[in-house]
Design a binder for this molecule. Structure first.
Ligand SMILES: CC(C)(COP(=O)(O)OP(=O)(O)OC[C@H]1O[C@@H](n2cnc3c(N)ncnc32)[C@H](O)[C@@H]1OP(=O)(O)O)[C@@H](O)C(=O)NCCC(=O)NCCS
Length: 287
């Protein structure tokens, strides 16, 4: 269905929306949603289009299209007031953001959603997005011991790619990296940029990881933004990442792992835990 309900109206967000939006966001995911924390930044940001959906002249939903550079856009923050769900508001927001992308440029737009969020999967399928990956949320405590990582030269770092190595996500032959709740092409220029992420080589095996300490995680965790490793070396590689986290002053390490690897037994052996409730699916649409 393509909702044309005249009670729904889309427009750029305004500062006066803040109280109503924050009020309904409090009732989503038991108040655990991150959007209230970033709302003010989103409002002031020039690298994203923040859109509000009104229902009967009251803010009832929001969504954002972010410019990640290099022709890549990211759709995020799709939320509808629980009192107004099921009325086609998310559909209209999604379509509006997609239209904005089509009008303003960029070669690709991506989004991530929970594996169980069927309404969003449906919207993606209906509007020409393609499924690109399913990821599992895995984490471990930091461990005090030596590790096989050495910091690679920066500006720009050399990234080696062997076709038979495991990585985080590939989309049409390109590796993606985790920019902390946004996935985009792994580019040497993105390492060191903005997130101060760094590239670490592992042993002499041609394996590597791009990591960034994330302060907003509860205990200051090391986010693994990208990696490449031979299947045979996965266990010691992921064990060593726990030790690298310790060296970098983090209490733990976290990554969204490709689902092939995200099997409980593997992570247990490596001393990591997979959160069975957190499964993410990535979609993209290209021109
Ligand atoms: C997910 C959410 C945004 C959906 O908002 P909504 O306004 O209720 O959604 P809509 O009524 O516009 O429905 C969206 C589409 O999904 C379809 N849909 C709804 N439930 C579905 C289901 N269980 N399976 C498949 N499709 C479904 C609808 O028919 C509609 O498709 P259509 O436009 O082709 O008819 C809303 O429930 C929400 O804010 N949830 C909490 C936050 C969240 O999960 N955000 C998404 C993060 S990616």
């Amino acid at each position: 269905m393509n909702s044309t309900d005249p009670k729904i109206r889309l427009r750029p967000a305004q500062p006066s929306d803040t109280p109503v939006v924050k009020e309904f966001l409090r009732t989503i995911w038991d108040g655990e949603d991150y959007v209230p924390e970033v709302w003010d930044d989103w409002m002031g940001s020039e690298s994203g289009l923040l859109v509000v959906a009104e229902y009967e002249n009251q803010p009832a939903g929001l969504g954002r299209l972010r410019d990640l550079g290099w022709g890549e856009r990211w759709m995020e923050g799709l939320r509808v007031d629980p009192e107004r769900q099921g009325l086609g508001i998310a559909s209209r927001l999604h379509e509006f953001l997609l239209e904005s992308w089509l009008e303003t440029g960029g070669s690709v737009v991506r989004l991530g959603t929970h594996a169980r969020r069927k309404a969003v999967h449906h919207l993606c399928e209906r509007t020409g997005f393609q499924y690109i990956a399913r990821l599992g949320d895995v984490s471990a405590e930091a461990q005090h011991a030596g590790h096989g990582f050495t910091l690679a030269a920066q500006n720009p770092p050399a990234l080696s790619f062997h076709p038979d190595q495991l990585n985080l996500v590939s989309a049409r032959g390109e590796d993606l990296m985790d920019l902390d709740w946004a996935w985009a092409c792994l580019r040497p220029e993105r390492i060191g940029e903005r997130f101060h992420s760094s590239l670490w080589n592992w042993r002499d095996e041609g394996a590597w990881a791009v990591v960034h300490p994330v302060q907003h995680e509860p205990e200051g965790r090391l986010l693994v933004q990208a990696f490449r490793v031979d299947a045979d070396h996965c266990l010691p590689f992921f064990s060593d990442l726990r030790r690298l986290a310790f060296e970098l002053g983090c209490k733990g390490v976290r990554l969204f792992a490709p689902f092939d690897l995200a099997q409980e037994a593997f992570w247990e052996r490596a001393g990591w835990t997979r959160d069975p409730d957190e499964e993410l699916v990535l979609f993209e649409r290209r021109r």
